[in-house]
Design a protein around this ligand. Structure first.
Ligand code: UGA
Length: 444
């Protein structure tokens, strides 16, 4: 099938490449000329395991190509996918201007029937807005080639995006009243072979499913983080509690890891946007606000532990702290809403210096914070520790997972604040390391 994908961010690019890999013909459209020029050469502008290889392979096989011309894109695919960004507005609701611009572009030059498929995360009711925009542009042009709007939200995780796309848990397809999903069944047939994972529903339910999934996952994390804070106070170990409750198959072990809060481009934005949608429909969502509040609070937790250890914020001034992990999670260089950023900024406000290391997010950190005298990026995890008062860990990268006591000796003090509960507190104690983790009773 011929598919046009508008937007070459995480979702658009992964979608385009994976569709091409199974034999579809894909044309990706983006307004960013520099990005399109790089993609044509097979260069991926983001860090995502496996993506560059797959892109190069499909570019040279001639199954995927790139353009900045919307007109060319509209002429190409029977299926027109919208995968552009929906950044939060000032008030937290999703900004739909990019989605609507693409809808207007499609309507502006389409000559024959088109399926307009929305992959971006968009609030309930967006498909209807897309329909209205397309209708009004077609009316102005005085043509009626026919079209339908389909909602097909994406559920990929950064760092595991290719596998998630290739082996989806579910393929959600929302269709307009009276329409069927035949075209989407054909498109997704290569990803839907073992058992039928394609679920057809009405458009509004499909749009809400995306937010419901992310809000549910964010709720699990905030719940565990709240419980961790209770565990600290009552002298319990949240890791034991996690094992205990996860064994109940109704609860399960996934997504119940306490830590320094959730980050990334999805959970924070989507929880807020869903709350906004609820409010504008006349419902005051209490749980969603609480999920967000608990998370904001949790992101500053390591800083609070640090202050109480050193006897107040003032005591941090002039001191150097080592940081391992800047990305919001492993296997990505994405630092959007990362918990590390909350603490870095609090440390700088307190007059402290930071020496940081991340296996892939160093360039991203430089791009965000530029050159500043109180922020040193080190070439390896070991040198981040030199002359530092303590080590703070924000991302559970694999090469941080074993406590290397020789390396920790490079710190001024054997002192570790672990936002991901990587180490065994007893082992740390035996080796003379003062160890603060999240929700592990003995640290309080
Ligand atoms: C998330 C969802 O998991 C995807 O299903 C969804 O498609 C995507 O958002 C999206 O809407 O596009 P992602 O943001 O890539 O994916 O990252 P996750 O792996 O979900 O992690 C989010 C955050 O939660 C990270 O900061 C992670 O450290 C944190 N987390 C995760 C925890 O603190 N504890 C856990 O048990 C799990």
């Amino acid at each position: 099938m011929k598919v046009t994908v508008f937007g070459t961010g995480y979702v658009g690019l992964v979608t385009g490449v994976c569709l091409a890999e199974t034999g579809h013909q894909v044309l990706c459209v983006d307004i960013d000329e520099a990005k399109i020029a790089r993609l044509k050469k097979g260069e991926v502008p983001i860090y995502e395991p496996g993506l560059e290889n797959l892109l190069k392979h499909n570019v040279s096989a001639g199954r995927i190509s790139f353009t900045t011309s919307a007109k060319e894109g509209v002429a190409f695919g029977l299926i027109q996918m919208i995968a552009v960004g929906t950044p939060p507005d000032e008030d937290g609701s999703a900004d739909l201007q990019y989605v609507m611009n693409v809808a207007a572009d499609i309507a502006g030059s389409m000559q024959t029937y088109r399926y307009i498929v929305n992959k971006s995360t968009v609030p309930v009711g967006t498909a209807e807005k897309v329909r209205k925009t397309v209708e009004s542009v077609l009316e102005k042009r005085g043509v009626n080639p026919g079209f339908e709007v389909i909602s097909n939200p994406e559920f990929l995780k950064e760092g595991a995006a290719i596998t998630d796309f290739m082996r989806p848990d579910r393929i959600i397809v929302g269709v307009e009243a009276g329409k069927d999903a035949a075209v989407m069944r054909e498109l997704y047939a290569p990803f839907n072979r073992n058992r039928d994972r394609l679920m057809v529903m009405d458009i509004r339910s499909a749009e809400l499913t995306k937010y419901a999934a992310n809000a549910m996952l964010a709720t699990k994390i905030s719940f565990m983080n709240e419980l961790a804070r209770i565990a600290e106070r009552v002298g319990a170990d949240i890791e034991a509690v996690r094992h205990g409750i996860g064994s109940d198959s109704r609860i399960g072990y996934h997504f119940i890891y306490p830590g320094c809060g959730y980050g990334g481009s999805c959970f924070p934005k989507d929880v807020r946007a869903l709350a906004k949608t609820a409010e504008s429909s006349g419902y005051a969502p209490q749980l969603l606000h609480a999920v967000e509040q608990v998370n904001l609070n949790q992101k500053a937790h390591l800083f609070r532990l640090l202050c109480s250890h050193f006897g107040g914020k003032e005591a941090l001034s002039g001191k150097t702290f080592a940081v391992w992990g800047l990305a919001f999670k492993p296997e990505t260089d994405d630092m959007r809403d990362a918990p590390s950023r909350t603490v870095l900024e609090l440390l700088w406000q307190a007059g402290a210096r930071v020496q940081a290391y991340d296996p892939v997010a160093m360039n991203e950190a430089k791009r965000i914070y530029g050159n500043r005298p109180d922020f040193i990026l080190t070439g390896d995890k070991e040198s981040a520790l030199d002359n530092a008062e303590a080590l703070l860990i924000f991302t559970e990268w694999r090469n941080f997972r074993i406590p290397d006591f020789e390396t920790l000796k490079r710190l001024n003090n054997p002192l570790v604040f672990d936002g991901r509960n990587l180490y065994d507190p007893d082992l740390m104690e035996k080796n003379g390391v003062t160890y603060y983790a999240v929700g592990r009773g003995r640290t309080h």
